[in-house]
Design a binder for this molecule. Structure first.
Ligand SMILES: [Zn+2]
Length: 57
């Protein structure tokens, strides 16, 4: 399980990633690490200001 850095919920990496294409909707690669999100909303928020959420982890 991964933690959604935006809302703090647990996220199943498998469901956030499309195995066939590795281009899942709900994950985001930033500064050498992959972050997982429960929804596109959280991903959008993270992309707006990644540092803000990384600091809280
Ligand atoms: Zn979330």
């Amino acid at each position: 399980m991964a933690i959604d850095p935006v809302c703090g919920r647990e996220v199943d990496e498998d469901s956030a990633t499309d195995k066939a294409t590795h281009r899942g909707e709900n994950h985001y690669f930033y500064k050498g690490q992959t972050y997982y999100f429960c929804s596109k909303d959280c991903k959008d928020k993270f992309q707006t200001d990644p540092e803000k959420y990384i600091r809280r982890l």
